[in-house]
Design a protein around this ligand. Structure first.
Ligand code: NAD
Length: 292
């Protein structure tokens, strides 16, 4: 079994980005600049946004964090998005999801200029992804592709099963794995909460990508020998063994399945850090204005 080490790989990518930023600045260009909008005080969202700001510092980016109250109106939030859209110093904008229920996430996503949509969630960028045109790929699927590429996991002609059809992970992942590209060229099955006989399907997977948000859902009896497993899930559970009082679990029973795997991502330290690295990569790309 080979561990797909997202922590190490993301650090390698951050080092590569830092070198490029230093070269840009030395040649007289401005530093890439990522802005994040955080609404409310959700613990997990705080953690993710802080990790993104810290990563910006590490690679030499500027970062701006706009904090808004949970009760902010949709109109007020859209005004903040618009301000950043028109701020020519800022290259990338992310609005941390989930948003409070009184705010229409899709409206906010669509308000972000596609040129600054470094999360890759805007319909324009999703459309470009589907057509295999240069774009900002959604950060989590892009991080998974990068891990598969750097560990030289063979994907061409393989059966890839994706569990979960969210707009940010499962659906784009299924499209990317089916594209005529490397990584890609898989025969893809996208499964979801209405899928019948899930185990029969997951057992056919050479590559199993799991993103449903149910801790340790995938067990050894659901996979075949030699499978590659990408575990996207992050569930926080209470723990008296950690200083923080909680720990993170993936969607896969790691201990139970690992001996059947050729490759597997751990949680934490797998897909999560790769997501942040890809966000930085998209921001760097935006600052170089290569895409539009
Ligand atoms: P989501 O919560 O929006 O949707 C879950 C999906 O799982 C749905 O499409 C649903 O149909 C499917 N599903 C639910 N029960 C199922 C079942 N029994 N069998 C098959 N499919 C089932 O999904 P999401 O936003 O993609 O998040 C999934 C998980 O990934 C969460 O734990 C989330 O925290 C994590 N996540 C991690 C990262 C990262 O960077 N590591 C990024 C995004 C999401």
């Amino acid at each position: 079994m080979i561990l797909l080490d997202g922590k190490k790989t993301s650090n390698d990518i951050k080092d590569e980005i830092a070198v490029e930023v230093a070269q840009l600045v030395a040649s007289g260009s401005k530093k890439p600049h990522l802005a994040a909008i955080l609404v409310g005080k959700d613990g997990a969202s705080e953690t993710y946004v802080n990790a993104k700001v810290k990563a910006c510092l590490k690679v030499g980016f500027n970062s701006t964090l706009v904090r808004l109250d949970t009760n902010v109106t949709q109109e007020q939030l859209l005004v903040e998005v618009e301000k950043i859209n028109f701020n020519s110093d800022i290259d990338g904008l992310i609005v941390q999801l989930p948003l409070p229920s009184h705010i229409d996430e899709m409206k906010v996503t669509q308000a972000i200029l596609p040129t600054k949509d470094v999360d890759g969630f805007h319909p324009t960028n999703i459309g470009k992804m589907v057509l295999n045109l240069p774009t900002y790929l959604p950060a989590t699927p892009a991080g998974i592709l990068e891990l598969l590429a750097r560990y030289k996991v063979e994907t061409s002609g393989k059966n890839c099963v994706v569990i979960g059809r969210s707009n940010i992970v499962g659906s784009p992942m299924s499209i990317l794995m089916a594209r005529n590209a490397n990584p890609g060229n898989c025969t893809v099955t996208l499964t979801h909460s209405r899928t019948k006989n899930l185990i029969e399907i997951t057992k056919t997977a050479d590559i199993l990508i799991v993103a449903l948000g149910k801790a340790e859902f995938v067990t050894a009896n659901m996979v075949k020998e030699g499978v590659t497993i990408i575990d996207v899930g992050i569930t926080r559970v209470k723990s008296n063994k950690t200083k923080s009082g909680w720990k993170l679990l993936g969607d896969v029973d790691f201990k139970g399945v690992k001996n059947k795997c050729n490759f597997i991502t751990p949680v934490p330290g797998g897909v999560g850090p790769m997501t942040i690295a890809m966000l930085l990569k998209n921001t760097l790309l935006s600052s170089k204005s290569n895409l539009y």
